[in-house]
Design a protein around this ligand. Structure first.
Ligand code: HEM
Length: 469
């Protein structure tokens, strides 16, 4: 699957931002310091070419796996032998409890049996109008700021994505007082939680100091308290027969087809917490980077605007099929800036990878960030080229080296939802506003929970003369 020189050349555009790599060899303490700042620049450049890398320290071994057949083995072929790492579970437990994101085995299987029906194809169509409402509200906020001054777009994208998840889950806009408080408490939680990734990636000994513990627990408690109130309110509405037909009602009323049981209130709070976190942080990251890429590449931006101009004022679900190029832009965004940059699993039994012994309990890291930019797999790996998805190399890599939503049985439940949301928002925003970069503030990608920009993403917005048909 090497890049084919005879294939038509991809357009020659300047490269979008990429974080610097660290020196090839650094000591453990320096590595840990770098890691706390950002997990991307803490890695050496060789990971963009390697099929596998071993990290040895006095405390642990971990293996970054970058070879398509090994990635497939871990995620899709033998997922039971590579459960979610206990370290990730520990790091996220204060907030996510026993949510589907962190559980394993029979408990996880039962949770997916109840959750999955809420995300089936048909449901997405029913959920779509709530997504459009959130997109229109986001657009109204952006239009109010489209006066040529620089706007920090990550915050706007977070607001929009949180609004989408609240409207689709609970039929309430984020402006709702409770929803607004959950949103702000989550932001505080993330800021105080710099070590989740570190704890997950590097199984640290317990005696190492972990700052902010108390603060993290307090903000997790406050978020869970707020979500618990929304869940309880909804339970009362279900009992009274007045509940709206949204994702929360669907999940709370679906019985496990095997046991006949439903989620109890505590489990439901865990699940809502993960839908909010997994569903809004990730989508917000992708939307912000997507808008930045469109600002950097006006040719692509004009193509998206032209496609979006063919939509009715208020698009329906089937209109998404008219947005083929916008979809390729969004996929390219997920390739270059995968919101979940790395995933961690644990070897449940001894393995042998590329002639190396991988001991039981070793951490296995899958890195969408590195796989998506792998120099031996992708043609022009660091270039923005939505056109690539129509090439032979792009199609082969889409199958073998593109995992923004993971793959196999633990694939993101919200993948279809997120694709609809991302394409819709990119199209509606670009139809109404012209985006351009703020040259004095180029964004530097960094990763904590998700891939973000170190000092935000600053764009200038101007209203487009030609508006909705
Ligand atoms: C662009 C947006 C999104 C991206 C890139 C994304 C990515 C991912 C990835 C990579 C995983 C697997 C993590 C791992 O295995 O360690 C995952 C899991 C998950 N995602 Fe998403 N996600 C997105 C949006 C959403 C949305 C909108 C929802 C819900 C509405 C959602 C719900 C979940 C859940 C519940 C899981 C756990 C699945 C399981 O372990 O069984 N995600 N997501």
């Amino acid at each position: 699957m090497s890049p084919r020189p005879e294939a038509p050349a991809l357009p020659d555009r300047p490269l979008p931002p990429k974080p610097p790599a660290r020196a090839d060899r650094v000591g453990l303490w320096r590595y840990m310091r770098l890691f706390r700042q950002d997990i991307l620049s803490a890695q050496p450049a060789r990971l963009y070419r390697a099929w596998m890398a071993e990290f040895r320290t006095p405390f642990f071994r971990s293996y970054l796996v970058n070879q398509p057949d090994l990635v497939r083995l871990v995620l899709a072929e033998r997922p039971h032998d590579f459960p979610k790492s206990r370290r990730v579970r520990e790091g996220l437990a204060p907030l996510l409890g026993e949510s589907v994101f962190v559980t394993n085995g029979a408990q996880w299987e039962r949770q997916r049996r109840i959750i999955d029906p809420a995300f089936e194809g048909g449901r997405l169509r029913e959920t779509f109008p709530a997504m459009v409402d959130a997109a229109e509200a986001a657009l109204a906020r952006l239009m109010a700021r489209a006066d040529g001054r620089a706007v920090e777009i990550e915050e706007e994208a977070s607001f929009a994505a949180a609004d989408v998840i609240f409207r689709t889950l609970f039929s309430v806009p984020i402006e709702d007082e409770i929803a607004g408080r959950v949103f702000h408490a989550f932001r505080a939680y993330q800021r105080r939680q710099p070590l989740v990734n570190l704890a997950a990636f590097l199984p640290l000994p317990r005696w190492l100091p972990r700052p902010h513990r108390r603060g993290v627990r307090a903000s997790a408690r406050s978020i869970r308290g707020l979500i618990a109130r929304m869940v309880e309110r909804r339970l009362a509405e279900i009992e009274a027969g007045t509940a709206p037909d949204d994702l929360a009602t669907k999940i709370m009323t679906t019985a496990d087809p095997v046991t006949g049981e439903r989620f109890d209130v505590a489990e439901m709070v865990d699940q809502v917490a993960i839908f909010f976190l997994a569903g809004h942080e990730t989508s917000a990251s992708a939307l912000a980077w997507g808008l930045h890429l469109l600002a950097l590449y006006p040719d692509a931006q004009e193509r998206v605007a032209a496609e979006a101009a063919t939509l009715p004022a208020r698009p329906g679900f089937s209109d998404l099929s008219k947005l083929a190029f916008t979809r390729d832009v969004f996929r390219e965004t997920l390739r270059l800036y995968p919101p979940v940059p790395m995933m961690v699993r644990e070897a449940a039994r001894p393995e042998r990878f590329r002639d190396r012994d991988v001991a039981r309990g070793a951490q296995v890291v899958l890195s969408p960030w590195h796989l998506h930019r792998h120099a031996r797999l992708w043609e022009a790996p660091d270039a923005f080229a939505p056109e690539r998805w129509a090439t032979e190399n792009g199609r082969a890599c889409a199958r073998d080296a593109f995992i923004p939503f993971s793959s196999g049985p633990r694939v993101c439940t919200g993948a279809g939802f997120a694709m609809a949301e991302g394409v819709l928002l990119l199209a509606l925003i670009t139809r109404a506003v012209r985006l351009s970069p703020e040259p004095s503030r180029p964004p530097v990608p960094v990763a904590h929970l998700t891939v973000r920009a170190r000092d935000g993403i600053w764009l200038r917005l101007a209203r487009r003369a030609r508006q909705i048909p």
